[in-house]
Every structure is written in C-alpha cells, then in structure tokens.
Write a protein that binds this ligand. Structure first.
Ligand SMILES: Nc1nc2c(ncn2[C@@H]2O[C@H](COP(=O)(O)OP(=O)(O)OP(=O)(O)O)[C@@H](O)[C@H]2O)c(=O)[nH]1
Ligand SMILES: [Mg+2]
Length: 386
C-alpha cells in the first residue's frame, strides 16, 4: 500500500558533505527506512511522529501523512519527497506488522528478513539487465528495531531477530516508549542492551567516529554514546507548565516531550537518519550489505538463476496447518464413507454369489432329475428327443 507523495522543503540535507552532496544532487537519492519489532511498541506512531515533525509545509493538507493507529497487519510503504537547495531525496518508510501475534513466534521475523532480501534480489536482477536506467531501488538503508522497554535486558526472540537483521541491513536498535522508564533505569537498560549486543555478536550500525572536522567528530561521538536510541512517539501537541506547545505525551507527573534531548533521543535519531548520516547509511548498504548478498548469491547459484524460495510466513503457515487439518479430516471422512460403501458392495456380492450358488444347485438338481427321467424312459424302450 502506498500513500500519496508529499513534497517537502526544509529538512536540512544541504548540510551534507559537499562532494557526496554533488553526486546525489544529480540523480536524487533513494532512502528507505524500515521499522520492526514486537507488536504494540509504537512503530506506526513513530512513523507518524517522524513525518509530522520532519515533513513540514505540505502543499496539500489533504495529502498529509497520517496512518491509522491500528495493529499493522501487512508491510506498508509510505513515500515522501524531501527537497532542499536542489537536493532531492525520495524517502520511503516501511512499516511492518509487529511480532508476537502468532501461536509460534519463533520464526516471526522471517517476513521482515525476507522483505529485505527480496529488495536486494530485485536490485541485483535489475543490475543484470542490459539497460539499467529506471531501476527501482527499495533496498532498506536503515532498519529500526524497537525494543520493549522492560528495563531488564534483551529477550531470546529479540536477540535472534536482531542477529538475523544485523547481518543483512544497517540495524539501529531503538528503545520504545522511553516515557515509561525512569531516567536512571533507562541508562542501566541501555548499558544492559549494549552488553548483550556485544556478547552475542549482534551487528549494529555504527557511524564512523572520526571526521574531517571536530564538530562532526563530537557529533558522531554523541550519537554513538546514545545508542540504543530511546524514543517517544506522539503526534499531538501538548502544553508544558511553562507554556510551550510541544509534541509529547501528557501525564499527571508532567509532559514527556518528543523533541527534548533530556527526555529521549528522538532528535538525535532523526538527525542521524535524515541529516547527518543518510549518505553513510546509503553507501554502507551498497558496499557492505548489498555486496554481501550479491556475493553469497553468486556463490550458491548460477547467473540469472532464480532464487530458491525458503521464506515461510508464520501467518501463512498457521493457515496452511489449519487447511491441512481440514483436508485430513475430509479425507478421513471420505475414506470411512468409501470403506462403508466397499463393505456394502462386498455384502451385496456375497449375497448375489449365494443366490447364484443356490440357483446353480437348483439347476443341478433339476438336471439330475431330468437325467433320471431319460434313464427311466429309455430303459422302458421309449425314445424321447432331448
Ligand atoms: N507511552 C507511550 N505510548 C506509546 C508511544 N508510542 C506509541 N504509544 C502507544 O502504543 C500503542 C501502540 O502503538 P502503535 O504505534 O500502534 O504500535 P505498533 O508497534 O505499530 O504496533 P503493531 O502495528 O501491532 O506492531 C498506541 O496506543 C500508542 O498510542 C510512546 O512513545 N509512549
Ligand atoms: Mg503498527
């Protein structure tokens, strides 16, 4: 599903390093962000927040992006156009259904992983074509993984999922609903998560620390030390006690502000994504993740050969199991019906055979009787024609 495209000046992409800026100015960049994680963690809300805080000055207010806040049930793509000083970015944001809705959650990350692979596959196939102009590119440049704000650590499902994602995409871990954790717990939680990420060898996106200018280096260090980014999602404006109108969530104890660095890392994350590190995310996707995919595929299959489908959607599997059960029951019923019918036929055949035997015996008896009559007649000298 795709939402209408909105044109948007003023996001700050002109701050990009000059040289790269020029390359992308020519052809315009495609940039794709994906959100994933367990159900109900605020992924869709985050996308709405990102759009309402980043994409201003809508030409047509009716085209304003606002997604329904229901449980997301399928992969949804929203597109927007960011533009600033001749620099154009075609932004796609991919919302995915939350994990944890199925009877068996073990493989619930498969549809997301498969979507990412599919985009690489699609791009690779287009690259293999003789004419490559107009190639569509939906390779995911940044995948935000929403972590449940338990305050403890990562769960096995989260570890497993993040491992799979980190090896194929720039994975950015995000702590969901930061307003539900006290600041001291949040800091401890962040540390626990980073410890597990290291211990489990989970690959996450790390921006380069050193840069040409000092400011950029400091900025990169700030970004790195904030990981995993904590976020608060809210599209509504609320009034703070000191009279400011801010995007946030109102509580009896106060306001949790989206764009306040003390409350969460939303601004840092947004800056990283659509300002300071957009190009790094694009080039690392191209050079590392896409290249990995391409080489893996080249090693396991011949040029132009279709990919082996290994993907299994848990939702489909549940449906398949259900259908199989119904089918098995139907077959069993049919079999019982068939056996009964077969039994009836056997009984009927036996009955007919018996009848036949009786009739046969009767004929035999009649024949014997007839024989006797001939015998009797001939012994008396009479000839009877048979
Ligand atoms: N406290 C708090 N609640 C939030 C935040 N973000 C979203 N919510 C609420 O959490 C609920 C679920 O939000 P969604 O955005 O639908 O969650 P989702 O991750 O898209 O869920 P699925 O589509 O089922 O995967 C909604 O009631 C939101 O208002 C947040 O930062 N803090
Ligand atoms: Mg959703």
């Amino acid at each position: 599903m795709e939402s209408p495209i909105v044109s948007t000046p003023g996001v700050g992409i002109a701050h990009l390093p000059n040289q790269k800026h020029k390359i992308f100015t020519k052809r315009g960049a495609h940039f794709t962000i994906m959100v994933c994680g367990e159900s109900g963690l605020g992924k869709t809300t985050f996308i709405n927040t990102l759009f309402t805080t980043s994409i201003k000055d809508y030409k047509n207010p009716k085209k304003r992006h606002e997604k329904q806040l229901d449980r997301t049930v399928e992969i949804e793509i929203t597109k927007a156009e960011l533009e600033e000083k001749m620099f154009k970015v075609n932004l796609s944001v991919i919302d995915t259904p939350g994990f944890g809705d199925y009877v068996n959650n073990y493989d619930s990350w498969l549809p997301v992983v498969d979507f990412i692979d599919e985009q690489h596959e699609c791009y690779m196939r287009q690259e293999q074509q003789p004419t490559r102009s107009g190639a569509t590119d939906m390779r995911v440049h940044a995948c935000l993984y929403f972590i449940r704000p338990t305050g403890h650590s990562l769960k096995p499902l989260e570890i497993e999922t993040m491992k799979r994602l980190g090896s194929r995409v720039n994975l950015i871990p995000v702590i969901a609903k930061a307003d539900t954790l006290a600041p001291e717990n949040l800091a401890k939680f962040k540390k626990n998560i980073m410890d597990v990420i290291e211990a489990q060898n989970i690959q996450i996106y790390k921006c380069p620390e050193e840069s040409e200018d000092e400011d950029a280096t400091t900025r990169n260090q700030t970004i790195l030390s904030a990981m995993p980014f904590s976020v608060i999602g809210a599209t509504e404006f609320v009034k703070t006690p000191d009279g400011r109108l801010v995007r946030g969530r109102a509580y009896t104890w106060g306001i949790a502000e989206v764009e306040n660095d003390v409350h969460c890392d939303f601004k840092k994350l947004r800056n990283l994504l659509i300002r300071s590190h957009m190009l790094d995310l694009i080039s690392t996707t191209e050079e590392n993740h896409y290249e990995n995919y391409r080489q893996q595929q080249m090693a396991t299959r011949k040029f132009g050969e279709p990919k082996v489908k290994k993907y299994e959607n848990p939702k489909h599997r549940e449906k398949e199991d259900e259908l199989r059960k119904v089918f098995t029951e139907q077959v069993r019923d049919e079999e019982t019906r068939f056996r009964q019918w077969e039994q009836q036929l056997i009984t009927e055949r036996d009955r007919l055979n018996k009848d036949l035997e009786t009739q046969h015996a009767q004929i035999k008896a009649l024949e014997a009787e007839l024989e006797q009559v001939y015998h009797h007649q001939s012994s008396r000298g009479n000839t009877i024609r048979r």
